[in-house]
Design a protein around this ligand. Structure first.
Ligand code: IVH
Length: 756
């Protein structure tokens, strides 16, 4: 028997394998398939034929189907061509790698500049910006210590990326040694592939019987993320530097200066980077880059604008995932026409019914698209959320000829429909009024664009999606309990997991002998033991994660963290939600006219008006004072408004949901969040700003205070620790004086926080 036969021959039929044999066979298949994969994507000729490769993959899948618990982290089933991400070590970024907010219209650019001016409390017209192409590749962070390249990491989720140091070392544009560099320097930029190199690579792939890459970005990503760095060396990757992370000494005082410094250090920087004095100049440069786009020789998908002054960048800081000082002005999306074959309804964890377009596959901007979001029923009908016509009121019908577009990485969308190609028998789409999964009524509330299934916990789709969210990476992240296992356990007759608390009683329900799980198909003593241990490890959980994991509508990761920081203890949150309930209901009952006025006020930025309406809504309905106080407490938390407040109080007041939450809480140890910057003098203090601030805007003062761990409140009370009063401070300063609260002026505040 040749070596080749030994690799491909299936010795024992899958049904006859014992658990031990299956484990060994999966290990062998992972190795053989990975080697074949590397050869296929790499420089070598393919080692085995496509048919043999497919047969091995099928055998692997069949064994996994019989023994799901034996599925390996590096399972070939999860790999589309390239090697699994699990193969790389993980690197936690010292400075997070963020994404950028997007602008699509010129007006968005003007708004971006205005907001910056407002935040800084100065005339936006005096602020300078850089403008440079947005490279369509993948970002990479390069760490230099004493001038030597010591580490390269992909962006990953922004906090943790993959260690691709060996691969980065093979890229010619990336210097391995710098002279006169700061002691610690993290250079960030984009790895990309030029059009000509991409064509050549694809030709070479074709000659060797390999699959072509869909576009230069995929080719660059696939080439960088190779476990065998020799394959990367063989791929013509390039690198543009445009940003930095951890730094021992500043590079310059301006963005432009820093980019020039990076160029002096030996990095490629983009020659189309330009300093602009106004938004008009930014837009001019955008148009000019757009004109040159086709001839650049590499893919770009927009133009990035950055505040030039690095002190101002530091003052502007970040929102949860994007900087306030930069924005990406995207080029219009690419378009394609295809047939709308069906409309499916998906039910999410909050019960939202989301229509999805199933399309005849079509290539849009180098990627094959066969699904697109349809948003909601109005959108299908040709209306926006206010009932105004969109697409001139044209609706979408099954069988229609529709235009698809992709904007950046987002899910494809439908832009238009060609009525001349509408089949004669195409009927208007009727949006279901019952949940397609549990048949409960699906209700759409006044003013809401989305229809929700009212089945709650009885709706299997909602329950399963909620559980999947509960175990997701940013929530409980239990090893060995992912989406697939949740589906299996949800439908399990003997050991079901129907709600989060069931996860934590799994071992007890299984009994001391682990008799039930370990004898089940695909589970053995070890895999069952591993799962129980992974569950035990998560029995102690940070407050914010626990709250986020519940999947309460509008309570995302950031809101959950904000709430945890405010309440510190779970019981305090629950008590406040309970007490606030009557006020929350009163708030909701405020009549529609008031609601509309509130919305109008909000759009016009008249925050005072919003506050007034809120107060009215509460006092009118005569709710107990302590309820009103609890409600105010809740919605006054920075980042938490009435929307989150209502959703949270709804969840806590729903008897079934609350019982499930309480059962879960009883099985966990919830740990309070760490207050940020505990060493700052304002950490944990409640600060109120009043009067006119002259050196910064109210927003900036508030953001800084919060960054330093303070709570910022709108009014002075016994709980206030510090009042920062500018000129014109009136009743608040008087009240603070009456209550004996420390009061300082703006300079005093700047002094207090200096150097932090
Ligand atoms: S600046 C804190 N500049 O776009 C912001 N990003 O959508 C740091 N990108 O993850 C990014 N060209 O991968 C910046 N000239 C450029 C860029 C650029 C491409 C990518 C980058 C980032 C993504 C955000």
């Amino acid at each position: 028997m040749t070596d080749h036969q030994a690799k491909t021959q299936a010795t024992t039929a899958v049904e006859d394998l014992t658990e031990g044999e299956a484990r060994a066979e999966l290990a062998r298949l992972a190795e053989v398939l990975a080697a074949a994969n590397a050869a296929y994507h790499g420089a070598d000729a393919p080692e085995i034929s496509d048919a043999d490769f497919d047969a091995l993959k099928r055998r692997n899948a069949a064994i996994e189907a019989r023994f799901p618990a034996l599925k390996r982290a590096d399972s070939p089933s999860d790999q589309v061509g390239a090697v699994a991400a699990e193969g790389f070590g993980k690197i936690t970024h010292v400075v997070r790698m963020l994404s950028l907010g997007n602008a699509f219209e010129d007006q968005d650019v003007a708004d971006f500049a205005t907001q910056i001016g407002k935040f800084l409390g100065q005339d936006a017209r005096a602020i300078r910006f850089t403008a440079e192409p947005k490279i369509d590749g993948l970002s990479l962070s390069l760490r230099y210590e004493q001038g030597r390249l010591v580490q390269a990491a992909t962006r990953g989720d922004g906090e943790v990326g993959e260690n691709v140091t060996a691969n980065a070392l093979t890229i010619a544009d990336i210097p391995q040694q710098l002279t006169d560099a700061p002691e610690v320097l993290e250079v960030r930029g984009e790895v990309y592939m030029s059009h000509t190199d991409f064509e050549t690579l694809n030709q070479r792939q074709a000659e060797r019987g390999g699959k072509p890459f869909a576009n230069p970005r995929n080719a660059a990503a696939g080439s960088l993320r190779q476990l065998n760095a020799e394959i990367t060396r063989d791929r013509p990757l390039r690198f543009f530097a445009y940003a930095w992370g951890d730094l021992s000494t500043p590079l310059a005082e301006t963005q432009m200066g820093a980019i020039n410094r990076l160029a002096d250090l030996g990095f490629q920087t983009n020659p189309l980077t330009k300093l602009c004095n106004s938004t008009a100049e930014l837009i001019d440069h955008y148009r000019s880059i757009e004109q040159q786009r086709a001839g650049l020789g590499y893919d770009i998908d927009g133009v990035v604008y950055k505040v030039d002054d690095l002190d101002l960048q530091a003052r502007l800081g970040f929102r949860s995932t994007t900087p306030r000082w930069a924005i990406a002005h995207k080029f219009p999306a690419e378009l394609a026409w295809t047939r709308l074959e069906a409309i499916d309804i998906q039910v999410g964890r909050t019960g939202a019914l989301s229509p999805v377009a199933r399309l005849a596959p079509v290539t849009v901007g180098g990627v094959v698209v066969s699904n697109a979001t349809l948003h909601n029923e109005d959108y299908i009908r040709g209306r926006d959320s206010k009932g105004e016509q969109i697409r001139d009121g044209k609706d979408f019908r099954i069988g229609d000829w529709v235009q698809v577009y992709r904007a950046g990485d987002v899910i494809p969308k439908l832009a238009d429909v060609d009525l001349t190609k509408r089949p004669e028998d195409a009927a208007p789409y009727e949006f279901p009024e019952a949940c397609p999964i549990c048949q409960s009524p699906a209700i759409r509330e006044e003013g809401d664009a989305v229809r929700y299934c009212t089945g709650g916990m009885i709706c299997a789709a909602q329950a399963v999606e909620k559980l999947k969210h509960f175990v997701a990476r940013k929530a409980f992240d239990i090893e060995g309990l992912g989406a697939k296992q949740i589906e299996m356990f949800y439908n399990d007759a003997v050991l079901p997991i129907r709600e989060p608390a069931d996860i934590f009683s799994l071992q007890v329900r299984d009994g001391e002998t682990l008799a039930r799980l370990k004898n089940r198909d695909g589970w053995g003593e070890q895999s069952a033991g591993n799962l129980f241990q992974a569950i035990e490890e998560k029995r102690t959980i940070p407050f914010g994660k626990m709250l986020f994991a519940l999947g309460i509508r509008h309570v995302g990761e950031t809101a959950a963290k904000d709430l945890a920081l405010h309440f510190l203890e779970w019981d305090k949150l629950a008590e406040t939600a309970d007490r606030a309930r009557p006020a929350a209901l009163a708030f909701r009952q405020a009549d529609l006219a008031e609601e509309e006025e509130r919305l109008a006020a909000k759009t016009a930025g008249r925050r005072a008006k919003i506050k007034e309406t809120r107060d009215l809504a509460i006092t009118d309905c005569e709710v107990p004072a302590n309820a009103a106080a609890a409600w105010e407490d809740l919605i006054a938390i920075d980042g938490i408004g009435a929307t989150v407040g209502l959703s949270l109080t709804d969840a806590f007041a729903n008897p079934e949901e609350r019982a499930a939450i309480d059962r879960l809480v009883a099985s966990l140890t919830i740990i309070p969040p760490e207050a940020p910057s505990a060493e700052s003098p304002v950490a944990g203090k409640t600060v109120v700003f009043t009067g006119k601030l002259e050196k910064m805007s109210r927003d900036e003062a508030k953001a800084t205070a919060e960054k330093l761990g303070a709570k910022v409140a709108g009014s002075v009370s016994k709980k206030t620790d510090l009042l920062v009063a500018g000129p014109g401070a009136g009743s608040k300063a008087k009240k603070a004086a009456d209550l004996g609260i420390e009061t300082i002026d703006e300079d005093g505040w700047l002094e207090l926080i200096a150097g932090l």
